[in-house]
Design a protein around this ligand. Structure first.
Ligand code: ZN
Length: 562
């Protein structure tokens, strides 16, 4: 046999951004063996006539650190053509960890990433200490390729224990943290992630530890990535404003590593923001430093009830109420004086993510059939029907239904021209799937199929070649993922075969596939024919193969050490 797999007559979009062409792609021993007119014998031949053959997509912003331990395919990643994921974003990682500190780590994941506690308790088989131990634990046990970034929250907890949520670090502690980051880099971490988002607390209301770090600590730890000459620095600074861009610029200049920050987005409440952000980024790149903004292809949908809502966390009065026990919270919502405080809190003129537009918050599900008439209506519509003010209607309806009414909103607004302009910028990285996180609030991890369906085919706002480039080889070099992201002989045989005429992300649906039967939202796709990882077909005809075809990916500092 000349080849293990021969993909015939597909339209090859190779990830470089160059024009596509019809060719055969051969795979042998997990690598691309040839591209062109190929007639050798093969164990299996796939007829890709009329289909697109591209490199597998790289989902670099996930929070799969926990899920990948009980779900080795990180479903629904392969359903969307994803062959490699990076976890450990936003400062959150499951290692390093001291014995006894596991629950402190869980507390951050539960609140910041909204992963149900029971799933983490049942699904994470602790037992590692260093970052390398954690990565080793995944060897041979993953169906897609998995890499990670070591997170500041874990590193700080590891060195300072619970005091990490209370105070600045001493010089000695910073030195120990530097050693932990260095050890993680040598074990294969793709960089370092941090989190200064002032909305990010643990489950117990304490700030996530990284928020207590001063600039000296931050630069000292990012300096380790710089010295190792490998990987990215991923930052979640919270408030998405132009005033933060000089910080990213300074980090990029001082470390000379790629910075990846969240996020460049269209916000209805601040229509000029995205443009000012792009102008800010351009300056850094013009000077020869890299500070990439992140963006998304999906207008982020959030589904919530007033039992579990987090989208109001940026309003302090609301946030305090959401942390009250349910009964006390109900009383507060019913009290006119508290309600007025909520109204004033939301009306306060300062930049927030929430659009403050009740015409754009919709009733998705009702708990009582008598309220069926409100289904699909906006809260503003409901208020008009009930002859009430919008906030009163929102809270009264929630209270009448025992806080079980489900609402849905895009929290930033939707402007297709602006979004496509952002996506096309070479200084913007596409992808904030957050896969593995916020699992009961949304399922937006189908950003790859959304890009190919909504933006390439339906709206024709970005070319197929550029879109594939953005999902593959635009990402790989920034993170230092070697030998992937392009269809070229010698590259890893991570391949996605799809039908450009039908590809799309389906609407999110509920599943009960998390540990202990915990429910979560999943998202399926249409039009993805095969997802191939290291030469093995892991997804085909709507089904996962079950084969552990993935590799644990490690950054270049890992190899340098050996
Ligand atoms: Zn994140």
């Amino acid at each position: 046999m000349d080849y293990d797999l021969l993909i015939k007559q597909g339209r090859v979009v190779d990830g470089s951004g160059l024009p596509s062409y019809v060719a055969d792609v051969a795979i042998k021993d997990g690598k691309i063996a040839g591209i062109g007119r190929l007639n050798g014998s093969a164990r299996r031949t796939i007829d890709a006539d009329g289909l697109v053959v591209s490199p597998g997509f790289i989902d670099h912003h996930t929070h799969m650190d926990g899920q990948i331990l009980w779900d080795p395919f990180g479903t629904c990643e392969p359903q969307h053509g994803v062959t490699s994921i990076i976890m450990g974003n936003c400062g959150l990682a499951l290692a390093p960890v001291k014995s006894g500190d596991e629950d402190a780590i869980v507390k951050s994941f539960v609140r910041v990433e909204a992963i149900p506690r029971i799933a983490l308790e049942k699904g994470v088989p602790w037992g590692w200490k260093s970052y390398g131990d954690y990565l080793n634990r995944l060897e041979g046990k993953v169906g897609i390729n998995v890499g990670g970034i070591v997170g500041h929250i874990a590193v700080r907890q590891f060195v300072m224990g619970e005091e990490s949520t209370e105070r600045k670090a001493t010089g000695g502690e910073v030195q120990k943290m530097r050693e932990a980051v260095g050890e993680a880099m040598r074990a294969g971490s793709f960089g370092f992630s941090t989190n200064r988002n002032e909305r990010h607390t643990r489950e117990d209301g304490l700030p996530v530890p990284s928020r207590l770090a001063d600039d000296d600590e931050l630069f000292a730890l990012c300096g380790v990535v710089s010295e190792s000459n490998s990987g990215v620095i991923q930052v979640n600074m919270g408030r998405h404003c132009v005033a933060q861009i000089p910080q990213y610029d300074e980090l990029a200049r001082r470390t000379r590593r790629p910075i990846v920050w969240q996020s460049v987005q269209y916000k209805e409440s601040e229509p000029e923001l995205w443009k000012n952000m792009l102008d800010g980024i351009h300056k850094t790149f013009r000077d020869g430093y890299q500070a990439y903004g992140l963006t998304h292809t999906v207008p982020l949908m959030r589904h919530f009830t007033m039992k579990d809502a987090q989208i109001f966390d940026e309003f302090p009065i609301w946030k305090n109420l959401m942390f009250l026990p349910e009964d006390a919270r109900k009383q507060a919502f019913a009290d006119p004086a508290r309600r007025q405080k909520m109204r004033d809190d939301m009306a306060e003129p300062r930049p927030v993510s929430f659009h403050r537009n009740w015409g754009r918050v919709f009733v998705e599900k009702v708990a009582k059939s008598e309220n069926d008439k409100y289904l699909g209506k906006s809260v503003a519509d409901v208020a008009a029907m009930r002859n009430q003010d919008a906030l009163d209607a929102f809270l009264d309806l929630s209270l009448e239904e025992g806080l079980n009414t489900t609402f849905e909103t895009t929290n930033r607004g939707f402007n297709p021209e602006v979004m496509s302009t952002i996506m096309k910028s070479p200084y913007v990285i596409i992808g904030t799937s957050d896969a593995g996180a916020h699992v009961q609030f949304g399922a937006d991890f189908g950003y790859c199929t959304t890009l190919l369906g909504m933006w390439v085919r339906d709206r024709q706002m970005i070319s197929l070649e550029q879109a594939i480039h953005k999902l593959t080889f635009h990402v790989a070099p920034v993170y230092g993922i070697e030998g992937r992201g392009l269809l070229r002989p010698g590259f890893a045989a991570d391949v996605t075969i799809f039908d450009a005429k039908t590809v799309k992300a389906c609407a999110p649906e509920w599943a009960e596939d998390y540990p202990a039967g915990t429910k979560r939202l999943i998202q399926r796709s249409e039009g993805i024919c095969q997802t191939i990882v290291n030469g093995k077909v892991v997804y085909e005809d709507g089904k996962i193969s079950g084969e552990m075809a993935g590799n644990v990916l490690r950054g270049t500092a890992y190899r340098a050490e050996r």
